[in-house]
Design a protein around this ligand. Sequence first.
Ligand SMILES: Cc1ncc(COP(=O)(O)O)c(C=O)c1O
Length: 399
Amino acid sequence: MYGHKNVAHLPAGFPQFFEKGLGASIWDADGHEYIDMMCSWGPIILGHQNPLVDEAVRQQLAQGECFNGPSSRMVELAELLTDTVAHADWALFCKNGTDATTLAVAVARTETSKRKVIMANGSYHGIAAWSSSPTAAGIPADERAHTIRIEYNDVASLRAAVSEADDDLAALVLTPLRHDISRDLEPVSPEFARAARELCNRHNAVLILDEVRTGFRIDPVGSWTSLGVQPDLSAWSKALGNGHAIAALLGTRTLEAAATRITATGSFWFGSVPMAAALATVREIRRPESQAILTASGTKLQNCLRTQAASYGLDVNVSGPPALPFMTFANDPGFELSAVWARAALDEGAYFHPTHNWFLGTAHTDAVIDRVLNATDLAFARVARVTAEPGADRLLRAG
Ligand SMILES: Cc1ncc(COP(=O)(O)O)c(C=O)c1O
């Protein structure tokens, strides 16, 4: 239950319940404060209780949240997003990342009148039938019969999947980089991104970019824009509303008619307060000054983690873009060292996940990163002590 967000997957001692967040800090139900290096698994990109977002929320609450139809916040947000994201000509709003990725697949199938969807092994696009893993409980295998899996960054496996789909390929769904759980993050190879675009063009299929996790933390105009590759559809959520429940499917003009034909709605999809929150969030996060904080703080964190680990004789791999950093230890396939490190950092007041990439926000100022680095230094010291103990293997397994 609750998938990766269930605390049962974390080392003993990690809290499940939280009472408060402010800026870069969170407090658990027992009143312990931690610097939040997960940002609520991505949504909190401007810090908890960001004053700009909270003021927009207060103003909208004074007008109302839930009406018979949307408020004009929806039009304003669609205009802001199509002005921000390079490939986007229209927007469709929903609540969760899974809504947006699944609607993208529906639009692609409607446009092409085809069925097959290609996605990468290990990629997460939310829990829906089409994207579910072969071991998912409660989803019959025939509900994912039209999904073909490839290896991320492997052009040969992509070409093979396109051949397998034959003339039934509706969509290729990719994340902007490889950010699977329990492995180092891997940038997309430009060759792979270009092959994806070219194959979709050649086979009249739709290229869908899942920006749910990467959105606004790599490039607000779209994560593949700097590569010169644009998707036809992109799915956004998480950071879009700085913690308020909102997601968006963005698309190019050629897919607008198909998007208007799909049947998709939800009781809360027109909610005005999350749209007001998203307006404030996007206006703030697309500013170069905001992006500069993410880059500077993330780069400092990544560089200092490497230096700290080396000073204890520990071999680590720090990966990911600055605002989506991650770290693994060498020769630690079971993530035992990561668990010891994350648990020790928690004791020192910094909440890191041992097996999932972390998230930075603009509340992670230089001073906050310095406090985090105090915690990580002590965490590396704990790992160094544990690995030096006789019978370390057994101790590590015990967490
Ligand atoms: C890349 C990606 N796509 C889709 C989703 C699903 O989003 P949600 O949990 O909001 O449905 C997630 C959630 O973590 C994600 O990381």
